[in-house]
Design a binder for this molecule. Sequence first.
Ligand SMILES: [Mn+2]
Length: 453
Amino acid sequence: MRFLHLADIHLGCRRYNLEERTKDFFRAWYDIIEKHAIPNHVDFILIAGDFFDRRNIDPQAMNHAIAGLERLKDAGIPVIAIEGNHDQRDAVSEHSWMRSLSEWGYIKLLEPTRDEEGNLALVAWDETERTGSYIDVAGARIFGSHWYGASATAAIPILADALRRAGTEGRFNILMLHTDVEGQTNRPIPAVPVAKLKELKQLVDYLALGHTHKKFDLDGWAFNPGALEPTSIDEYKEERGAFLVEVDDAHNIATTYINDYTQRPFQRLSFDVSGAQDAEAVHDAVMQMIEREARKHTEASDKLAPIIEITLRGQLGFKNSLLLINRLRDEARERTGALHVMIRNQSVPVEYAVAAGMDAQAPRHERERRIIEDLIARDNRYKARAHEMAELVIEAKRQALGNESPDKILELISQKLDATETALKQDENAHDEHAPTATALSAIERNAVDSRQ
Ligand SMILES: [Mn+2]
């Protein structure tokens, strides 16, 4: 017996508002059929949930699904599937596109049902009704299950009971399950503990998992192939793909991990803007980095053009708005031939950096003064007197901690504030002649930014 185990194909996945990106999910799905399912004459294909990216798919996603399913139908390869969290039917509806595909004869959607007492039951596939919870194909008995979400751990013993009642003896039993497994996810969400999962081991010879978008296996018994394409850039580094599974007469399992189908290349670059003189300097340095490190794509290449993400980090020595992000992105795309360039600006303007570059070993009172001073300096009204104002704050705090009366503290504050305001007014008058120049400059800056974005 030979079969292909897929999961999380996510047809119809839209990212970056790019038509091409949606097609990537189709290319991966279709390519794996052409390259692996058909040449290897597999007996069946398993889709362990999330065939579609969402419940309410658009017509294009359905076209993508049918194109592959028609090809498999012509080749006489049955597709056995379950619903995942992304494509499961609505709680209030009897209908889902997965059920429709099953009714139309493209897939066999396996779903548990309820017996008269309301207990979970697994019933044999009915070819006329085109419903059922398990099916016998090529010497295997394949069982389907629902998406249980956070109650997956509680569902395991119930599933085990239902499997026992349905009968698994003397067969090669496969169970499809869409769930997170403890230790395999980076997300802080409840996942099924491995020990709990293993309660199924006596009943199931091959546990066909889906949901986690990376490849893993447990004891050569439970297998999760991962998504064919990354649904977010965070997944691009994970090993993902499909399993080609070979089972001999003694029920020995041999799996081959497949990832040589058409995939969109991704690249992540990072640039530290700290110390750059101006926006032009950042621009030039980012372009130099791209020349050095970025994956270049040419029309002649038979590979897909990459998606490149560039993150700007560090402290920016000038206003954020002076960074011409669109210009950076466009020029980076031109130089690399990428399908798409994302610029993530995570740099922090120096004006917001508090106690930047301060020695971490400095005594507490020095650090306190510096932090208060930096916070005050953000306010242009007090910027010129930040040092004195910091002194005042610290003195007021000292008095409050010393149980000084509120009236006394208020008096101290108003005295100092008055003195500071008088001093500031004098300063303003002295600087009046420069004011128009500063305003004119920022207007020019604004215009320059507007015309380029
Ligand atoms: Mn998924």
